[in-house]
Design a protein around this ligand. Structure first.
Ligand code: 4NP
Length: 163
């Protein structure tokens, strides 16, 4: 079963929304996968997603209230096929944190979305509710693209998504 870990700074805004969007899309399409999310930092470890993230997901029919923030561990780089960063700073931090025997492929979430490769999912934390809607638009587009990519048979266990 393919496994994906989404990573942002604090694991209370973007990456839990990415996790919720991918869980919902995979369930809708009948695709089995392992998905989790984490933060490069531990400032909000143990907390539920930000209430604005919860409200945005709920408006789109997805419940992320049961998720709890945690920090990335070195084991994540061996356990997951794909460790997927929300922005360039997250990606640089992940490259620095990765142990020598890491097997996970690192990428940016929007690499999966046609025309958006190399772009960041903007951090909505300091903005208003509208920013969380933009986050949802980004993560749900990526979730659809990831499920599309995983639905194509691949002979390499850790092949796909999305580059
Ligand atoms: P996230 O957003 O990395 O998408 O979870 C943030 C959440 C909290 C803070 C910054 C970004 N903060 O500064 O507390």
């Amino acid at each position: 079963m393919p496994s994906l870990l989404f990573v942002c700074l604090d694991n209370i805004c973007r990456s839990p929304l990415a996790e919720g969007a991918l869980r919902a899309e995979a369930a809708r399409r009948g695709l089995a996968l392992t998905v989790d999310s984490a933060g490069t930092g531990d400032w909000h470890a143990g907390e539920a997603p930000d209430w604005r993230a919860q409200a945005t997901a709920r408006r789109h029919g997805v419940d992320v209230s049961g998720l709890r923030a945690r920090q990335v561990t070195s084991d994540d780089f061996r356990r997951f096929d794909h460790v997927i960063a929300m922005d360039h700073e997250n990606l640089a931090d992940l490259r620095a944190l990765a142990p020598a025997d890491a097997t996970a492929r690192l990428s940016l979430l929007l690499d999966c979305v046609p025309g958006r490769a190399g772009q960041a999912v903007a951090d909505p934390w300091f903005g208003d509710q509208a920013g969380f809607e933009t986050t949802w638009t980004d993560v749900s587009a990526a979730a659809r693209a990831i499920v599309d990519a995983l639905a194509i048979p691949s002979d390499t266990a850790a092949g796909r998504p999305c580059n």
